[in-house]
Design a protein around this ligand. Sequence first.
Ligand code: ATP
Ligand code: MG
Length: 436
Amino acid sequence: MPDDARDIRKTHFTSDIGPELDGKEVVLAGWVENIRKLGGIKFIILRDKEGLSQITIPKSSSRVFEEVDNLGKEFVILVRGKVRKMDKAPQGAEIIPEEIKTLNPAISPLPLDPTGKVEANLDTQLDNRVLDLRRPEKTAIFIIRHETTNVIREFLIRKRFIEINTPKIIASASEGGADLFPISYYEKEAFLSQSAQLYKEQMASVFEKVFEIAPCYRAELSRTVRHLSEVYAVDVELAFADYEDVISLLEDLIYNVFKHIKKNCSKELTALKKQLSVPKKPFPRYTYTEIVEKLQSEGIEMNWGEDISTQAYRKLGELLTGAYFILDWPTAGKPFYILPRKDDPKVCESFDFMYSWLELASGGTRVYKKGMLIDRLKEQKLNPISFDFHLKTYDWGMPPHAGWGLGLDRLVMILTGSENIRECVLYPRDRDRLTP
Ligand code: ATP
Ligand code: MG
């Protein structure tokens, strides 16, 4: 830090200021939210990560009074002054400054009104993300995201899961999908990983209970409000378990996340004008077949075996407004590593976890016998030789296992009531956006 910024140091956040500090000297630091002049008094509204404080400058403190005129919105300032009890001010106290130091000015006009009074469209907001995030209803989304990650991690660790990190640069398609990003890797071609799937399964044969919170990459061709190219996924894999076990685990986890956010993020939920209700356990469970029938009876044209279209999901969202599971999907439409049902192999032990119209997670019981896995690869027109690195681990003592992948960005969408996934990611990556 330069000397002029170092000689007085921030002592308090705005949220620490209250009437009980009446008469005490403090140093606040932050950004100028607003400046107002009322007759012989000037006010600076100072913002920091915790909120707002009112800095009141009477004419009698003549030097500081003059200096206020040199300040502008979003200037970074240090304010040294005395706390004064004041019922009408935020937190019931204001600061009477003895010294105001500008650490850095900001341009005027700014490309975006940080107070949000002049509404900008989402693209302009994202183009100027740092300024956009100076608004409490924007930071609220990321505080909720932070709390969500935290509570997920704590929950899984409490259940004796081990957190792992799997590679994001891979040699071949983990699921054979076309939605991979190729990258130039020394003399070779490599890919960005689309999921932790195969690696987490391998690690279930070592640590039994594993999870990962990490990005995965999908070259999604369509432009939707729920798809990004860089996605944060919570991946879980559990040995000696089937899909019923991991469905209960996910249900418990989601219940805990909602409860935690409702209890601990009331300030953020209020800023977002979001009423969060904790879903009741057990969450409803429907089979894929039941869902198809439901949709058909609502006039949606689809045949058994087909994927559920976006339009059909929107219809489902009208019928089912909260959390629910869709079980037993057609085997042909699910990846090769999902176990077909023994009693009815055209469906498999798979599930999607839904919230209203939005898929939040997919999971299932995995194939754990090497022979069957090779057959399933062939059925899906994949070449077992390119999966050799994976298949060989099935000769080394592979336990039965099950797991799921949960989209963190989509979960945050639901928790914050955001209409577009881009609002829930600091710097979203999609087909059209690679900066900032
Ligand atoms: P969708 O059918 O909605 O495209 P998916 O079934 O292809 O999703 P999965 O492979 O099941 O996705 O991934 C697990 C979870 O990761 C999804 O349920 C979703 O929450 C999230 N997810 C997957 N792809 C994306 C994406 N492109 N953008 C945002 N989230 C995603
Ligand atoms: Mg899915």
